[in-house]
Design a protein around this ligand. Structure first.
Ligand code: 1CP
Length: 348
């Protein structure tokens, strides 16, 4: 692929074109495994301050582009800026992650978009500044958490392996829970539209907790809110490029998700066979994924074989090379450079 055309090709892929070598970027490519990130983290001390300072967010967003020449930058921010904008207190504890205050009445959450825009202005400023300094050859990705994943964090107060409390609440108060998802869908759509207005070329919706739901819950909590968001975003931006990532959805879950939500591309997690996804979904949407983040930690032949597997499984379909989940903090930077070099050598 010619350098000049990478940004154009990336959008072409999201419209269904097939390109080799595929563009490459990695979820969580900015962050803890990078020494230059750690340096800023140590100096500033607070992850939240880094997210909310446009200059710092821009600098951190560009770090992995400068070091590895990825084809896309993802804005340095977090899915939990939305609960914060809605009025829930969020803090980040070293070694634990995000901690949210107990959620009160969901109807008391701030729903005025102007108050919102003010609170999240630093994120939009960071996008505009980054789009200005980023090469026109590169894509800038904005993002948000999906309503179900955000609801789980907001109800549980932190990340949990099973989202038991959130699920139980949804079962016990079904009407109230669906109203809550409505509020979140509206907020997420607004946040994505504002990111596109500020300079994001593509947006990704992270539904990190989409796995483990039964058929009905997957429809009501994952598919329906995502569909609503896609419709709202496209009502403002008809050509918006939207990547959905319903992590650990089952194969039928993935099929229904892409048939019903209207996303331009779908992120495939590590446990879902990419060859299946390419065949079953690749005729309808672009596919993104799904190298095992642990193979990237391991490096060497393990990594090399895993990259070849992904390249082979994705032949002939619109494809963006990525991991099946985020970069792990213990990932050696040399392995990331090896990955980019090997992906760029792919010819067919
Ligand atoms: O320095 C630090 O300790 C902060 C660590 C960190 C970083 C670098 C957090 C706290 N968030 C981020 C950035 C981040 N988060 C990005 C930046 C852009 C990039 O990809 O480079 C993105 C896209 C996210 C998205 C995010 N945050 C998700 C969805 C993706 C996923 O991994 O499933 C989730 C679930 C979060 C919540 C969150 N924020 C931070 C942590 C450690 C977590 C996960 C905690 C948990 O496992 O519950």
């Amino acid at each position: 692929m010619k350098e000049k055309t990478i940004a154009v090709a990336f959008k072409g892929i999201l419209r269904g074109q097939v390109t080799r070598p595929p563009p490459v970027w990695l979820m969580r490519q900015a962050g803890r495994y990078l020494p230059e990130y750690q340096k800023i983290r140590k100096r500033v001390g607070s992850f939240w301050t880094m997210c909310m300072s446009p200059d710092l967010a821009q600098e951190i967003t560009l770090q992995p582009i400068e070091r590895f020449d990825f084809d896309a930058a993802i804005i340095f921010s977090d899915i939990l800026v939305v609960p914060y904008a809605l009025g829930q207190k969020v803090r980040f504890e070293d070694g634990i992650g995000p901690i949210l205050d107990v959620l009160g009445d969901v109807f008391a959450l701030i729903q005025d978009r102007n108050i919102w825009a003010e609170k999240l202005a630093p994120v939009y400023q960071a996008l505009t500044a980054t789009r200005t300094s980023l090469s026109s050859k590169k894509i800038l990705i904005g993002f948000a958490g999906a309503p179900w994943t955000l609801a789980a964090y907001m109800i549980e107060g932190r990340g949990t392996p099973d989202q038991k409390k959130a699920k139980l609440h949804a079962y016990q108060e079904p009407k109230k829970f669906l109203d809550f998802l409505e509020i979140l869908s509206d907020a997420v759509a607004t946040h994505l539209i504002r990111q596109i207005d500020a300079g994001a070329d593509v947006v990704q919706i992270f539904d990190s907790w989409a796995g483990g739901l039964n058929e009905r819950n997957f429809s009501d909590w994952v598919i329906a809110p995502t569909k609503k968001i896609v419709i709202s975003v496209r009502a403002h931006k008809p050509d918006a490029y939207i990547i959905g990532f319903p992590r650990a959805a089952t194969q039928t879950g993935y099929e229904r998700y892409i048939a019903e939500t209207g996303v331009s591309a779908v992120g495939i997690d590590t446990a879902t066979p990419l060859s299946w996804a390419a065949k079953a979904l690749g005729g309808q949407v672009a596919i993104q994924g799904n190298l095992d983040p642990l193979a990237l930690v391991a490096g060497g032949d393990t990594l090399s074989c895993a990259i070849d597997d992904v390249l082979q499984a994705s032949e002939g379909v619109p494809f963006i090379f990525n991991l099946g989940h985020g970069v792990l903090p213990e990932t050696p930077v040399d392995h990331v450079a090896q990955l980019v070099a090997q992906v760029r050598r792919a010819v067919k």
